[in-house]
Write a protein that binds this ligand. Structure first.
Ligand SMILES: [Cu+2]
Length: 816
């Protein structure tokens, strides 16, 4: 009976309000995760329909089915949707849903941030799809190379839809990355040391880390290209000292890690599901973790293999070719670990296993053609042909879609609490598998026969006709397979019989709860002593439901979960998570207003949304914290812990570290662009430099020094004044000493560097003002100092960036 009472008490704290209000205000990770998954699947279907249109167009020579203009939009949107609106959100959703459950926690670290990410994804994706229906979809290829995507060759808003829409959606990727990393590092079950984490968490930790450093170059590139299109700052225009190759570098600095960002979560699912299907333990946990880290690290050194044919120096070609081939090693470590797991176990041919076999076959083939393409002479031949299209589909469909289908069948019983109805899933598998290979295996051949990618028609007599027709037939077979999969899933949700907990006899913590999962996940928090807690304690779920773990009582209406020491998993404090709120959807709407105004070319209107965003952010931050010292509280199991109000290294502090890391990466990418143009682009040195000035940089340095010192003396007011001085000095520098940003790429890059520093200094002023207001309102005390410590991080970063910029901008003028 205690279990039922506890269930009712916790449900009252964690549930959503009834009706629409509840849906719009929900911040629960299971809700948000499921929404991401469903929306990603809808976008997958849209992208799939576009793929069918492509295959219909290419089925016969000289086809006039859709025509070149529409065709350009179709293949651009197919790639963009599958990458940005399907693959990334799909694994984000799966992870958001699963991760806290696997880690033994009640929610993610920043529930409201997940909700904000969801609304940004939904609004941004909607903008892109509506643009497509209106006939103004992006049409310059999914990697949007200038000059084709620039003002001259794409005068309509097509490219702006991509640049603004995708950047809007990327807010969800960045928030998910921070959320996932901090949750893995801090919100685990007591006793879950790093080496006791489920392997999926390792994969997601690497993925989240890669996202923090991988997305900023893309976001920067998008901002620069949009500024060039909107205001004529010539970053990519060779006539004015820019270079279109800068875009390619920034794009692939993101684009290559992106492939692994997509693959690693899927590989995480494989490493989780495979041992269960093989009735054994995963072989080589340590080797796999090492391989994941190696892969994450290596993947940032490969981007140039997308640019082998752009006239790269020979030394660099050799380096990037070798580095690209090297990636096969950590990938092979995983493949062999999986094969060894199968070898040592007693594999059962259940449905998820079937999809995993599909994954092996398709992904390994994609890996092999990847090694071929890493060889520069071969790449020079195959570049921009259908061979590359075939390769990337083998890697991405093999490395992501098949594992996700396995994951869908594996975790659907968890999400629905129901069993499969009929054996439709097997038929779906064979249609998808055969259709896929028919389509894309043949495209290797079409490519080797010289057919370029992205052409809308081709003449007869090239030897491409029969291959293309068969590829198209395969495409439609595949589409039937996915339709059957959808039918199967709907049947299971609607008609499936309820099953007992843990139908696969898996041993990870997500199965130690009722299915579908209650809003609070665990009625009490498990303490774990090994990697597979359900092996030693099969009745763990029942005991947790009775409140026998930690935090086994409701208190103060708080949404509590345990925060642990990062490495040892020793309980550190009690995290108190925020409840349902309008703030995420309101903030996403205000951001949406900004992006829409930019898209509509209403440039004076767009900035008006930013104070609204700032005000909502202020209100958001204001809802946290406590006005009195709480002290140590009972955490169960005879332990007393401080609350997050009085903890030293809170999740918020770690989240800020990662956010600043991402921001610094964006800044580093900007400096890379500046240096790249200076050394490589035509028309440098620039005709006019930022005029040498002693006073303004000194002023900025003084402001930065003041901000750093005063933030340490906890004088937020004076620190804010220091930040204000930085803003003043940099604005003056731009106005009186710098050439017009439209005159030359140098002036544009200088202004962008200054804008970065100004933006962060303004942000620091807001944060410091917030701290000042909170002090007066009684939110701070000797033990409640978390906010001040977070504010200091942001203030220091802004001061550093401001001082660095001020010096960097005037140095060339001095030296000249
Ligand atoms: Cu690559």
């Amino acid at each position: 009976m205690k279990a039922l009472r506890l269930h009712n008490e916790l449900t009252a704290i964690w549930r959503n309000e009834p009706g629409w209000r509840g849906h719009l205000r929900s911040v629960n990770h299971s809700d948000i995760g499921k929404r991401f998954i469903v929306a990603a699947f809808v976008f997958f279907a849209i992208g799939g329909v576009l793929a069918m249109l492509i295959r219909a167009q290419l089925a016969t020579p000289r086809s006039a089915f859709v025509g070149p203009d529409v065709y350009n939009q179709i293949f651009t949107m197919h790639g963009s949707i599958m990458m940005f609106l399907f693959a990334i959100p799909m694994f984000e959703g799966l992870t958001m849903y699963l991760l806290p459950k696997m880690l033994g926690s009640r929610d993610l670290a920043f529930p409201r941030l997940s909700a904000l990410g969801w609304w940004c994804y939904l609004f941004g994706g909607t903008i892109i799809v509506v643009a497509m229906l209106a006939g103004v979809a992006p049409n310059a290829g999914w990697f949007l190379y200038p000059p084709l995507s620039g003002r001259t060759f794409t005068p309509g808003i097509n490219s702006d839809v991509w640049l603004l829409g995708i950047t809007f959606v990327e807010i969800s990727a960045m928030s998910a990355a921070i959320e996932i990393a901090v949750s893995i590092l801090k919100l685990r079950a007591p006793g879950m040391r790093l080496d006791r984490m489920p392997i999926f968490a390792w994969y997601m930790l690497a993925t989240a880390g890669m996202m923090v450093f991988g997305f900023p170059p893309l976001i920067l590139g998008s901002i620069l290209l949009e500024i060039e299109r909107a205001f004529g700052w010539p970053f990519f225009d060779p006539a004015l000292g820019g270079s279109p190759l800068l875009w390619q570098h920034l794009f692939w600095l993101f684009g290559h890690p992106e492939v692994y960002i997509i693959f690693l979560p899927a590989a995480g699912a494989v490493s989780t599901i495979l041992p269960v299907m093989a009735r054994t333990r995963l072989l080589g946990y340590g080797a796999i973790v090492a391989a994941i880290m190696a892969l994450a690290f290596l993947s940032f050194g490969l981007w140039v293999h997308h640019m082998f044919t752009t006239g790269i120096p020979h030394m660099a070609l050799g380096f990037f070719s070798a580095a690209s081939a090297l990636v096969a090693i950590p990938t092979a470590v995983q493949i062999f670990a999986w094969l060894g797991t199968l070898w040592g176990g007693r594999p059962e041919m259940k449905l998820p296993m079937l999809y995993l076999i599909g994954f092996f076959v398709v992904f390994v083939l994609g890996g092999l053609t990847g090694v071929m393409l890493a060889m520069v002479p071969f790449d020079a031949q195959a570049h921009d042909t259908a061979f590359v299209t075939a390769h990337l589909h083998y890697v991405l469909v093999g490395g992501f879609v098949f594992p996700m289908l396995a994951a869908a069948y594996y975790w659907l019983p968890h999400i629905t609490g129901r069993q499969r109805v009929m054996r439709i899933g097997e038929a779906a598998f064979w249609l998808i598998f055969i259709g896929f290979n028919l389509t894309f295996f043949l495209m290797h051949l079409t490519g080797l026969l010289g057919m370029p990618r992205r052409i809308d028609t081709y003449p007869e007599g090239m030897g491409w006709t029969a291959l293309n027709l068969l590829s198209s037939v395969g495409g439609f077979v595949q589409a039937f397979g996915f339709a059957l999969f959808l039918v199967d899933v709907v049947l299971q949700i609607r008609l499936g019989r309820r099953h007992a907990r843990d139908p696969w006899q898996a041993h990870t913590l997500e199965w130690a709860m009722p299915t579908p999962a209650p809003a609070y996940n665990f009625a009490s928090i498990a303490t774990v002593a090994d990697r597979e807690p359900l092996v030693t304690a099969p009745d763990l779920g029942v005991r947790l439901a009775r409140g026998e773990g930690m935090l086994g009582a409701a208190r103060n209406g708080w949404r509590e979960t345990i925060a642990v020491d990062m490495t040892t998993g020793v309980p550190e404090h009690i995290a108190i998570l925020p409840g349902n709120s309008w703030l995420p959807i309101a903030t996403a709407a205000a951001l949406g207003g900004f992006f829409l105004a930019m898209l509509a070319g209403l440039y004076p209107v767009a900035p008006a949304f930013l104070p609204v965003v700032a005000w909502l952010g202020w209100r958001w931050a204001w809802t946290n914290g406590s006005r009195h010292d709480v002290g140590m509280v009972d955490a169960g199991h005879d332990r007393r812990l401080p609350t997050a109000f009085e903890a030293r290294q809170t999740t918020g502090w770690w989240g800020s570290i990662l956010a600043i890391g991402a921001s610094a990466t964006l800044f580093a990418s900007l400096l890379f662009g500046y240096g790249f143009l200076w050394t490589v682009a035509p028309g440098w040195p620039p005709p006019a430099l930022v005029a040498p000035s002693l006073l303004l940089p000194l002023l900025a340095l003084a402001g930065a020094g003041c901000a750093v010192v005063m933030a340490r003396r906890d004088n937020a007011m004076i620190a804010a004044v220091g930040q204000g001085v930085i803003v003043l000095a940099l604005v003056m520098l731009l106005v009186v000493a710098a050439p017009a940003p439209t005159s030359h790429a140098y002036a544009a890059a200088s202004a962008a560097i200054a804008a970065y520093a100004i933006f962060h200094a303004v942000l620091a002023v807001l944060i410091l003002a917030f701290v000042f207001a909170r002090e007066r309102a009684g939110f701070h005390s000797a033990s409640r100092s978390g906010e001040r410590r977070i504010a200091r991080l942001w203030s220091d970063h802004a001061a550093g960036a401001g001082a660095f910029c001020a010096v960097l901008l005037v140095v060339p003028g001095w030296l000249a």
